[in-house]
Design a protein. Structure first.
Length: 177
């Protein structure tokens, strides 16, 4: 993934140039300062964000979109269904999410099952909007892309293996015209 010269805030202006009046021996104005500017790198310290943080944020944001019945491929969903029944275990919200993260940018892939009756195109667009907004607001990273892989369609009455999947009480047929 290539790093862009733009700040993660998506402004069209370029990154501020270091002051030319730095004192000898100081690190101000040194080569590389421009690359390390932005909300995650400040004069008071750096903030690093692990890929798992981005995965969880993207997973939660994906599950919030109407029409997402479950996440991940069939084998992963079956494994999660078993492990979720273990007392004290927590649902893996990053199931079905993979992330490639650089210092200031990230790309996200999500695998989902769509509820029957929902437009796959509209669900995918909703996922992209929600994931980009959530990850960029929470982390300051620029989300370059969100790729959506639809692995299955959940038919009425099948029930989801993923209880907190983002299923909504409104039936898909109520939305069809």
């Amino acid at each position: 993934m290539s790093e862009s010269a733009n700040n993660p805030g998506h402004s069209s202006s370029t990154t501020a140039q270091p002051a030319s009046s730095s004192t000898p021996g100081s690190t101000e104005g040194a080569i590389g300062d421009e690359r390390r500017s932005g909300p995650l790198h400040t004069p008071r310290g750096d903030t690093t964000i692990e890929e798992t943080v981005v995965q969880k944020l993207a997973g939660i944001a994906t599950r919030e979109v109407p029409g997402v019945a479950a996440m991940g491929n069939a084998a992963r969903r079956a494994f999660s269904a078993v492990t979720d029944r273990i007392p004290g275990s927590q649902t893996n919200v990053s199931n079905g999410v993979s992330v490639e993260k650089g210092e200031r940018q990230t790309a996200i892939d999500v695998s989902i099952v769509v509820e029957y009756g929902y437009s796959i195109v509209e669900v995918s667009q909703g996922i992209r909007r929600n994931v980009i907004r959530s990850v960029e607001n929470a982390t300051g990273l620029e989300v370059l892309e969100v790729n959506v892989n639809v692995t299955d369609v959940q038919l009425p009455g099948e029930g989801s293996e993923d209880d907190d999947s983002g299923s909504h009480s409104q039936k898909p047929s109520d939305r069809l015209q």
